[in-house]
Design a protein around this ligand. Sequence first.
Ligand code: GDP
Length: 289
Amino acid sequence: MTIQWYPGHMAKAKRQMIEKIKQIDVVIELVDSRIPSSSRNPLVEEISSGKPRLLLMNKIDMADRQATKQWKEDFEDQGLTVHLVNSQTGQGVATIPDAVHKLTAARRKKLEKRGFRPHADRALILGIPNVGKSTLINRLAGKKIAKIGDRPGVTKAQQWIKVGSTMELLDTPGILWPKFEDPRVGLCLAATGAIKEELLDFQEIALFLLKTMLTHYREPLAERYTLEDLPELAGTEEDQDVLIRLFDDIGRKRGCLMSGGYIDYDRVSEIIVRDYRSQKLGPLTLEWP
Ligand code: GDP
């Protein structure tokens, strides 16, 4: 599902989220491990209004393991509690209730001191579109949660899902808008499919992917397109020519030719982007801390 965001929507989403967060104890922020920075909304901190946060790096199966490790350490250095998960298979999901319970220890202690019995840990999953929020909710619930809220004019009463003996999860995720301002962030979001592709030029996304692979993932690139003698990028203006020649090579290998023998750059671009999204280039992270 792709949502178009306008300033009015964003302001409304923000207000609603702040309202929702009043009833919860822990904010579970979900990010895409391939783009751990670009898939975060900078307002999460403000929206969370001081509530403890658990940062989940999802889709670890799609990211480069070494880069994921670096990101985890970087986030932890910033004082965040970080868990790695694959919501599709459930890897890492079972430890979420315990992690949440640890984060509510201080609140529970305070309540007990005043003679109250603390209620279950109430959590909400928050993140930009496509990071895997629904997949994770279904995983934690152990079943498919109906998306009733999709019908216009019908507001669905929110439900708490019991997860284990200590946690209750809100059945609808908090959806935040992606960052739009930085072109590099836009490319990361478009490459992973987090934003509508019509918004961006496929050729631009493919160029970005090729550049990233030439710098960090030369082997998978050479292997996928049976390329010998991969060029080096020099960080100069000539890089553009180097990349175009690489496009030509891949295009010829893939038979992306137009009449007259010209390379069909649109088709080459689409092949590269689809290959990345469908994991045919392997698990590749697109940004580093
Ligand atoms: P939402 O928009 O944040 O609710 O995202 P969804 O739950 O709809 O997930 C978006 C896409 O990512 C779907 O195609 C999911 O199957 C896929 N997905 C979610 N989590 C994972 C994961 O950990 N690994 C992989 N490979 N795919 C995932």
